[in-house]
Design a protein around this ligand. Sequence first.
Ligand code: NAP
Length: 537
Amino acid sequence: MEAERHEIVVIGAGVSGIYQIKRLTDLGIDAIVLEGDDDMGGTWYRNRYPGARFDSESYTYGYSFSKELLDEWHWNERFSAQPENLRYLNYVADKFDLRRHMRFNARVQTMIWDDVEHEWTIELQTGETYIARFVVTSLGPLSMPTLPRYDGIDEFAGESFHTYHWPKEPIDLAGKKVGVIGTGATGIQVIAELADKVGELKVFQRRPNWSSPLNNGPISVDEMAAIRDRYDEIFTNCSASPGGFEHVPDRRGFWNLTAEERIETWDKLYQQSGFAILAANFLEIFFDEKANQEMSEYIANRIRDRVDDPEVAEKLIPQDHGFGMQRLPLETRYFEAYNRDNVHLVSLADAPIERITANGIQTAAEHHDLDVIVYATGFDAITGGYDRIDIRGVDGQTLADKWSESPRTHLGALTHGFPNMLMVAGPQSVSGSTNFPRAIEIGVDWLTDLLVHAREQGATRIEARLEAEQHWVEEVVRAHEKMLFRRSKGWFTGYNSNVAGHQEGKIRYQAYFGGSPKYVAIIDQAAADGYPGVELV
Ligand code: NAP
């Protein structure tokens, strides 16, 4: 079969890939998107589990690039759910006629760099081959789900699936005994949603997570009209904030206020929606151990107020990390789920899982009979999507090898030794730490400008300079070191117990935590200076 040639191949038709192909085709560049799934939408195509919804305000999550689109789309809820989110992405693709540039069931298996011709050869699982001058990876930071490595996992006779692979066809869980393993942002959403819809729900919790109310609600036609009028202001506010939200950090100074004044502030934040409790909190909670402890105790007391059984409440309160030190899950009546007779918390800290059996889960203490097991066990975050492709750069070096200890990039966008591979939402960009679409629009625009610049220069090979990469890695490490969360587990610090090679306590520097405004200032300066960290040939 002859290889199909394009100037640019984009990999992944999720939130990033959709905008990337829009930008490229608007410029008249010959580009296509290769998508492994049988349809577009990425994270919102896959995560169909009950309760899956934004925890960014819907109107700050949507694309900002088209006024017409902003005027046409009505968000029904403040934090919109998966079906509506997928409809939105399809609406965008149809409106701008983007589907014709997308190939589905096109899972990329290998990418091999040719340093003579200056092009990538991309082979799919199907055996089809593409050749492209440039590849833009928009693989998604959370697209590689991970299952636990328990014995017997294949022996379970009932239905079992990772939340990322929740079946497309509706499944009837009424009256069933359901086990959920995992209490991250996903687990917390799905547990709260399933509690009153299943016969019995057992939650297998290894470590509890802090969580606070999402405070969702509908958006009326009038409210949506007011939001539309404010879109310019909304996106300006998002671009000024570290996390890409409208919330503004409280800069009055934690220690300038009395303990009562702080509680008064937190009482208000607890009623607000979304990430206000983090992003509009005192900045000190992220840097000052004592401030963080006081905040954590406040949230612990809220959990104690909401959970009837004091023993269960204590088990739901994290002891090994403070509030906001891992990615904060947002919840809707999650803690109240444990007040129901049919919901049971199984603390794996007391009795770990020994194995999965044909009809349930065996812990060190007892056997739990189950009809369905839901694995809400997370992802090989940020670099997982890269690791599943065999990517070979200059002199046959593999990307997996280069990044085996920790990823290394220039501005989260390029990596030395892998010319003409440009990453949207790549490792060490700001995407992992920001309201995602806000960061990807920034990333896509920057990469597109770089591609245009390269074409204008007649360059056929662009590569991050080694010293520029080293400089950025040091900046990423410096930003991490300032944050208290550097000592916690979880994907912020690049740890997943289910991934071979990850070591507890060893940080993989996967995201830039210096805040979006600082990141934008740095990458904009690089562009204004003619991309000094990138060699063009
Ligand atoms: P996660 O935060 O990594 O949580 C995984 C959970 O599974 C943790 O509770 C973990 O326990 C547990 N776990 C993993 N392996 C286990 C094992 N072998 N045995 C027992 N328990 C195990 O994953 P996630 O909840 O899917 O969330 C990942 C990210 O996706 C979030 O942080 C967020 O960025 C994104 N997300 C976003 C939304 C949204 O925007 N609305 C919703 C959901 C998820 P330990 O804590 O002990 O490791």
